[in-house]
Design a protein around this ligand. Structure first.
Ligand code: AMP
Ligand code: GLY
Length: 419
């Protein structure tokens, strides 16, 4: 089959690379793609994805980022009778609206932080009386990583409510708020794929969201991730499947919007069991890079089964080795990144056994690869132990250079205690 991947980041490069190796795939296309994706796929310009799918004889479309899902690209493809793997707009609200998702958790008894939703400043300030610091404030809509504030005192919480309601922190998205209790524990990214009924979990992973080592500094989209079965015991995996994933997939189906696609639960593993911080309706970035590094199945065949309600016939096979993905980010990130800097050492990194996934890169007028976004590359490698996977990934990343490059030196470190 011919597959089309929508998106242009490191996650989409990992998808293109893995799908190009799928025995059932003839050709891979990406819209818009990037210079790394171009090694595995034909990159297409334009954002009328339905037209691109028709023009290129696409049998299966896979959506990387959330924005097209929330805009309804899956509904559009379905209406045109084209096969696509992703949730319809109504189901994508699980990521598009925190108020929708928290109320959905409540309707289906999915464990989550105790919360209150507030639509006005008066309401939000009054609701704060039921919480103690630290307290978490979340903008309802998509806010490009700026929508969550952890207030350490009630005074800070009140000031933050006022800023959100004035539109200063997240625009109109912040004028509808979720206020919730602060949870303590380790965060786990638990991603599964579903055809609306059957659920196939991917391997568990951990992201590293802060810009600096030891989880210091501002939040980013993710500075690196590792994939290791030991992140969850089999009992914990079972609990997550039974208390989070199964009620979510069944709940969406019962509410008339069966969830087809990747469902990503951001979990906090608390003393009282796993609690759902959020759902994303897509694969994680950078989690996808080390996850797909370990995939051994004919992934296109599984995704096609997912898109057509036949996932019950499929299983997923994985390599046995932990994998680590290190993000190399541009100067200025997670603020406005500096772009246009030349990148060297990519071939050297690959000859050292690392897989270099491109995110914010482009070719300049001379054909050289330069930086073009905040997160630039994800260097991924595996090893017989988590420590060796980390060493292999860092060794491979060592030759890569661009001006102002930032990266964390501790990706995977929090998993070493399990070895
Ligand atoms: P979210 O976009 O809801 O996943 O929130 C972004 C980040 O804020 C999460 O990855 C957590 O690190 C943190 N966070 C969100 N909600 C909570 C909570 N209730 N307790 C503690 N930390 C939280
Ligand atoms: N790595 C976090 C996310 O993809 O949302």
């Amino acid at each position: 089959m011919n597959v089309l991947i929508i998106g242009s980041g490191g996650r989409e490069h990992a998808l293109a690379w893995r799908l190009a190796e799928s025995p059932s795939v003839k050709r891979v296309f990406a819209a818009p793609g990037n210079p790394g994706i171009a090694q595995s796929a034909t990159c297409l310009a334009g954002c009328n994805y339905l037209q691109l799918a028709a023009d290129n004889g696409i049998d299966l479309t896979i959506v990387g980022p959330e924005a097209p899902l929330i805009e309804g690209v899956v509904d559009q493809f379905r209406q045109a009778g084209r096969t696509i793997f992703g949730p319809v707009q109504a189901a994508a609200q699980l990521e598009g609206s925190k108020i929708f998702s928290k109320n959905f958790f409540a309707r289906h008894a999915i464990p989550t932080a105790r919360f209150h939703t507030a639509l006005s400043e008066v309401d939000a300030l009054k609701a704060l009386d039921d919480f103690i610091a630290p307290v978490v404030l979340k903008a309802d809509g998509l806010a490009a990583g700026k929508g969550v504030v952890i207030a350490h005192t009630m005074e800070e919480a009140r000031a933050t409510v006022k800023q959100f309601m004035a539109g200063e922190l997240a625009g109109t998205a912040g004028q509808r708020l979720v206020i919730e209790e602060f949870l303590i524990g380790e965060e786990v990214s638990f991603i599964a794929l579903s055809d609306g009924t059957t659920i196939l979990p991917l391997l568990p992973s951990q992201d590293h969201k802060n810009i600096f080592d030891n989880d210091q500094g501002p939040n980013t989209g993710g500075m690196g991730a590792y994939v290791d079965e030991r992140i969850l015991t089999s009992a914990q995996t079972q609990t997550v499947m039974e208390t989070v994933m199964r009620p979510a997939i069944d709940g969406m189906r019962k509410e008339g919007s069966p969830f087809t696609g990747f469902l990503y639960a951001g979990l906090m593993m608390t003393a009282g069991g796993p609690k759902t911080l959020e759902f994303n309706v897509r694969l994680g970035d950078p989690e996808t890079q080390p996850i797909l590094y370990r995939m051994r199945s004919d992934f296109a065949k599984v995704l096609h089964a997912g898109a057509t309600g036949k996932l019950h016939n499929e299983t997923l096979e994985w390599s046995q080795k932990p994998a680590v993905g290190i993000v190399l980010a541009a100067e200025g990130y997670p603020g406005k990144p500096v772009t246009g800097d030349g990148i060297s050492g990519i071939e050297a990194a690959e000859s050292l056994g690392g897989k270099v996934f491109h995110a914010g890169t482009k070719r300049n007028e001379r054909g050289e690869i330069v930086t073009s976004g905040g997160r630039v590359l994800t260097i991924t490698a595996d090893g017989p132990t988590l420590l060796e996977a980390m060493e292999n990934a860092y060794r491979a990343a060592a030759p890569i250079r661009f001006r102002g490059m930032q990266f964390r030196k501790d990706i995977g470190k929090k998993g070493l205690k399990r070895w």
